[in-house]
Design a protein. Structure first.
Length: 231
């Protein structure tokens, strides 16, 4: 007869810390048990090219409104120069990963142009805002916000304070998922695009506790249907 024992999450962490599991350590967990650290906000050495996060609407911070994103780059091997542009929708945690030839501003603009062409007239309501850091790859603010299809502004950008990655917290958490597949130093030039798409789909189909074990993909699709029904 097999006996089953239920453990709470904290008990499991305590057992791992105590070394009860001979081959399991915190390094084997998707995210190590860490205390959240907050850094003092520091002033930028140069002014951002667009609006500061301080001017971002309160509804974005509350994660109650759909269509507000965080954006970052996940770099690979330095010599290959190829990198991943990653966008995370704040409410649903839906992820979009776009391979780029290099971490340059023109490639970021080209990637957003491709996204706008994909979503067409819906782009403005699906991508209401994008929160980014002050990296050189995001220096062409005019190129990022202007539409490649019509004469209007397609999105709003908000720049984080320097050294404040926690202001893109969802983005940073998603990047850790990517690093489970592709550790630092990975040559993205040798990774097939199909494989990256499979990873992207896995992330979006992953059941999440904060969503009541529903996936980001399900919630994202529901939001899109809601937008179309209200149009």
């Amino acid at each position: 007869m097999v006996a089953y024992v239920n453990f709470c999450v904290q008990t499991l962490y305590n057992y791992i810390d105590a070394g009860i599991f001979l081959t399991l350590t915190n390094k084997d967990l998707p995210r190590g048990k860490q205390k959240q650290k907050y850094k003092k906000v520091r002033k930028a050495a140069r002014a951002p090219k667009g609006e500061s996060i301080e001017r971002r609407p309160e509804e974005v911070a509350g994660r109650e409104a759909f269509g507000h994103w965080e954006m970052d780059c996940v770099e690979g091997k330095k010599r290959s120069r190829k990198t991943l542009l990653v966008l995370t929708e704040r409410k649903t945690r839906f992820e979009i990963i776009i391979p780029m030839k290099s971490k340059k501003a023109k490639n970021v603009v080209a990637a957003l142009d491709a996204l706008e062409r994909k979503y067409g007239k819906w782009f403005r309501v699906i991508f209401k805002s994008i929160t980014i850091d002050n990296g050189s790859e995001f220096s062409d603010n005019d190129g990022m916000i202007r539409s490649c299809l019509r004469k209007y502004i397609r999105t709003n950008t908000y720049f984080c304070h320097p050294y404040s990655a926690f202001e893109r917290g969802s983005n940073e958490n998603q990047n850790r998922f990517i690093r489970r597949w592709y550790p630092k130093g990975t040559d993205f030039g040798k990774v097939p695009v199909k494989e990256i798409k499979e990873m992207n789909a896995w992330m979006n189909d992953y059941p999440r506790k904060l969503h009541g074990w529903r996936s980001a993909a399900v919630l994202f699709d529901e939001e899109i249907e809601r937008l179309k029904a209200a149009a």
